[in-house]
Design a protein around this ligand. Sequence first.
Ligand code: PRX
Length: 651
Amino acid sequence: MAKGDNQTENVTPLNLQTRMSYRINSFEEYKEAYKKSVEDPEAFWSDIAENFQWRQKWDKVLEWDFEKPDVKWFLNGKLNITENCLDRHLKTRGNKLALIWEPNDPKEKFVRLTYKELHEEVCKFANVLKRNGAKKGDRICIYMPMIPELAIAVLACARIGAVHSVVFAGFSAQAIAGRVNDASCSMVITSDGLNRGAKQIPVKRVVDEAMEQCKTVEKIIVVERLGWAVNMVEGRDVWYHDELKQVSEKNCQAEEMDAEDMLFILYTSGSTGKPKGVVHSCGGYMVYADYTFRNVFQYDESDVYWCTADIGWITGHSYIIYGPLLAGATTMMFEGVPTYPDNGRFWQICDKHGVNQFYTAPTAIRALMAGDVDDVLSYSLDSLKTLGSVGEPINEEAWQWYHLHVGKEKCPIVDTWWQTETGGIMISPLAGITELKPAHATYPLPGVQPVLVDAEGNEIEGNDVEGHLCIKFPWPGMIRTTYGDHERCRQTYFSTYKGKYFTGDGAKRDKDGMYRIIGRVDDVINVSGHRFGTAEIESAINEHPKVVESAVVGYPHEIKGQGIYAYVITAEEVKDAETVRGEIIEKVVQMIGKIAKPEKIQFVSGLPKTRSGKIMRRILRKVAEGDTSNLGDTTTLLDPDVVDEIKAGAL
Ligand code: PRX
């Protein structure tokens, strides 16, 4: 299908209302909704949840305890999210486009699938999964490029009640193995290879390497994308297209799921240890993804919506697949990169498909800003109504460029703040409804109760203040646990500030009550909108035989937002620094993936540590930023002299 043999040329025109239901239509309505969501959250969310197709209605809307933590939404409600994404729309939107797929190469044909067609593809693949032994509760790892089969695979897992764990196709074999083993996945869905701009990457080979360390995987289903010869292990590996031929049934009865059953696991990095599997459940996530999608983007029935994220991240889960499909939207996915074949690719695609809502990351905007402005000005971009930003703070300059050159000053920009753990957007303007302020995520969505706290955990009242961002009341899309280790979930998110979910972010609330996210206050680095724990990168660097110890910090990077700066101690003095740097980078690529490559590696003889052995990262961050004028008090350090050496050798 990815080869463009499934074009739907004649799509029946729609005869549907253009306004969507339970959509907030004015600032007054926003204020009313917000008030109700705080005064009576259960009634608020219950009214919204009524709009979905439940096999059995819930007995109780919410039970919660942030100490344990134990959060349950729509208790005893039964549903299948794919019935809500697909079956529910068949009568009214059967011939509406559900998915548009734009390939990496603009000369290759795109693919369009109506709701009817997507439903059929998902059902057929769900039958393939069952044929290969997958069942409710199994964990299935999906490691795939941005091709339609990826969306189909995700939905097919949900259809049969298997838990999908999508791993971004830029991660290394080692990283896949860690994730597959952590969740004891029984199956992997992958492809022969992938296209990324001018490059082609042998995906199946990476999976094969990972499998050397994975004992639980019984089946691998391989999609043919490049037509490359790949190693197929007899009895374990099967081709997607061959398997489809074996299933004649075009329907697949959806598995009945409890609202609190696991829908998916998505691994994300924190400040300590290896990445953890954030768990989202079926009912609450569904309600939240849909509600936030409709309201933030103000999608109208005949719009074409495009989110440029990869499905390997939460943004792709919630705002390429689930949110838009739940709302009956036309969602687009793109296989390629913004700079291939040239810097105009995003804008060419917007014009080609008449995109109305465009959602991307600041890093992409900054990369395109660095190019020639004619690359954007040569496209009309007339269809655009709403622009979105996600993943990291958007600096004012990028905001203004996006607003002027892409949005032609007529499109609101929704700067959406949220996290893998929150499941959906938490703080954001509602396009055209609530006020905008450059570089501000602005106001919380209805149902979201943010608070700023000081170092002691006291709530900071009033406006024009700054603190650590917490959420003090549950919302349906929130994390339920970290897979296989509930204590880690408690420790990471619920133990820092008693009775509150701690986001790890610092934020300001301005004089009007608008939020501005400043960035992480923990040891997490956000590189091009991707999260890495410093500990994770350090342990990869420490794998190098010459390395004794390392410390990694983030520093401001013009395009990526943050770059990775590593301070490395070696056993012996490094003679050929460039070679060792190359080897260290190679280690990181091997253990994590290319996306986590350190930008700068400084060899040092020691690290600034307190007498108790704690690395003073504040000092390292300052040096990496190039700000050595005010390093604060260094007299409490075990070896204060090391700071001068580090300053002198700064890159
Ligand atoms: O630091 C915040 C930043 O990205 C982190 C969450 O990363 P992740 O779980 O990978 O999810 C990214 C996509 C939702 C947050 O803790 N972040 C996300 N959105 C914004 C942001 N920082 C500032 N402004 C945003 N709009």
